[in-house]
Design a protein around this ligand. Structure first.
Ligand SMILES: Nc1nc2c(c(=O)[nH]1)N[C@H]1C(S)=C(S)[C@@H](COP(=O)(O)O)O[C@H]1N2
Ligand SMILES: [Mo]
Length: 424
């Protein structure tokens, strides 16, 4: 417990991190930092005696290493960089600080220098007027929008799958919540003028494969899923420029959808008049085509569909599995909950493994796509073991699952988590 003492039952609205407002100057400054980020700046190896954090599954040891613009994060791979946020960060802020935000790239050829004055966002394909927009045009010719949203890797928590599945063995820290600033994708597409017959929009970033034959990382969404108020082309997060590793200078923000669609270093938007038949849509990031998105453990689905929106989840953030807690006075258990954008209706808390439930108190509402903080309290009795659980329910009545579903990609985990503690 980080603060087991009897505290007033009051949730602090999380601290918004941060920093001066977003000015051209701060963009340029970040660009300079970006410009200084040479390949030598991205550690390819780390000291054998680097401190480690250990995730609670086999082969879960992760060195803590500092990458450019980042505090020490848990390294899964260095090339391409895949860095996990240590979980205690989620207890400290409702908005995940930029320097603690997780990092995931598929391809190792990532530009280390971006000249913001030369950068252009291209819009092309099935449109009336192809566009080539500078960052300055983007920021001055479209309405600026701000929105809080959770960016969660489809493979978040994959390391907990039983039986284990191949792929990045993430703990629960391949997610983050940020206040995104940018312009609406719809406004950009309106200017380009989508032609009748458009089916999907394909997004590409500046990163490239290293080996010939590796398909470029491109993702597509249906036109009807992007023509809304909240899909953004973002140039800032939490009031600062995007860190290079999180997609400087622009990234797509698709609130409610898994992060695989949140293309970083976004440079190309292509309107398609047919369904994207590329590798990353047809071969990767696919779920069994049934409402559960699951199959019997070990089986392979016969039909699959592209992964989409995120199911409702919650976590306890201030209790560690196996910890001891003081008895005889109220203990405050804190956590976070989120879903695909219906918003959190309630979070239930149990200290006895799900036999009895109480309603947790919800924290400040930063919007339907944001983390929602919650807290509950109970009075432990000395010598007893407690199985703490939280269960989030969204505003259309969808709740977390009690048993974990399984699929070969290791996606969609949203089972109720149990944290065992002992009172002394
Ligand atoms: N250009 C580009 N964008 C990308 C990816 C990538 O490999 N290249 N990976 C996606 C995936 S799978 C995830 S989980 C998120 C990770 O975002 P982050 O690194 O900012 O946390 O970026 C998405 N956008
Ligand atoms: Mo991901």
């Amino acid at each position: 417990m980080s603060s087991p003492q009897d505290e007033p039952l009051r949730i602090q609205p999380g601290r918004v991190l941060g920093s001066p407002g977003i000015t051209r100057r701060s963009l340029l400054r970040a660009a300079l930092i970006g410009g200084g980020l040479t390949m030598a700046g991205i550690p390819l190896t780390y000291a054998k005696d680097a401190p480690t954090a250990t995730l609670p599954f086999k082969r879960g040891a992760r060195p803590l290493v500092t990458f450019p613009q980042k505090r020490p994060l848990m390294v899964m791979t260095t090339r391409p960089p895949q860095l996990e946020t240590p979980f205690h960060v989620f207890n400290e802020h409702v908005f995940t600080p930029n320097d603690a935000f997780f990092v995931r790239w598929h391809l190792a050829n990532i530009p280390t220098t971006i000249d913001p004055s030369a950068f252009r966002l291209h819009v092309r394909g099935h449109v009336r007027r192809p566009l080539s927009l500078s960052l300055h045009e983007l920021r001055t010719q479209f309405e600026e929008v701000q929105l809080a949203a959770v960016c969660q890797c489809a493979g978040n928590s994959r390391g907990f799958f039983k039986p284990r599945v191949p792929g990045g063995q993430w703990g629960n820290g391949a997610m983050g919540n940020a206040l995104w600033t940018g312009v609406r994708l719809r406004d950009i597409l309106d200017r380009a003028g989508i032609k009748p017959g458009a089916v999907q929009v394909r997004f590409n970033g500046l990163d490239q494969p290293v080996a010939e034959g590796t398909p470029d990382f491109r993702k597509s969404l249906n036109v009807e899923d992007v023509l809304n108020d909240h899909v953004l082309v973002a140039y800032a997060m939490n009031g600062g420029s995007l860190p290079l590793l999180n997609g400087f200078p622009l990234r797509l923000v698709v609130p409610g959808w898994y992060a695989t669609y949140w293309i970083k270093m976004l440079s190309d938007i292509e309107v398609l008049n047919s369904v994207d038949d590329g590798f990353w849509m047809t071969q990767a990031y696919r779920l069994p085509a049934d409402p559960c998105g699951c199959v019997e453990p070990g089986e392979h689905p016969t039909r699959t569909v592209p992964i989409g929106r995120m199911p409702v989840r919650s976590f306890m953030t201030n209790v560690d599995h196996g910890a001891t807690i003081p008895s005889g006075k109220p203990v405050v258990v804190r956590g976070i909950a989120f879903d695909q954008g219906y918003g959190i209706d309630r979070v239930l808390f149990s200290s006895d493994g799900g036999t009895h439930w109480q309603r947790a108190m919800l924290g400040h509402d930063y919007g339907d796509f944001s983390f929602r903080q919650w807290e509950a309290r109970f009075v432990p009795v000395a010598g007893r073991t407690y199985h703490l659980q939280s269960l989030a329910i969204n505003r259309i009545g969808e709740s977390q699952r009690f048993s974990a579903r399984w699929n070969p990609g290791g996606y969609l985990r949203n089972a109720v988590e149990t944290v065992q503690v002992k009172a002394i």
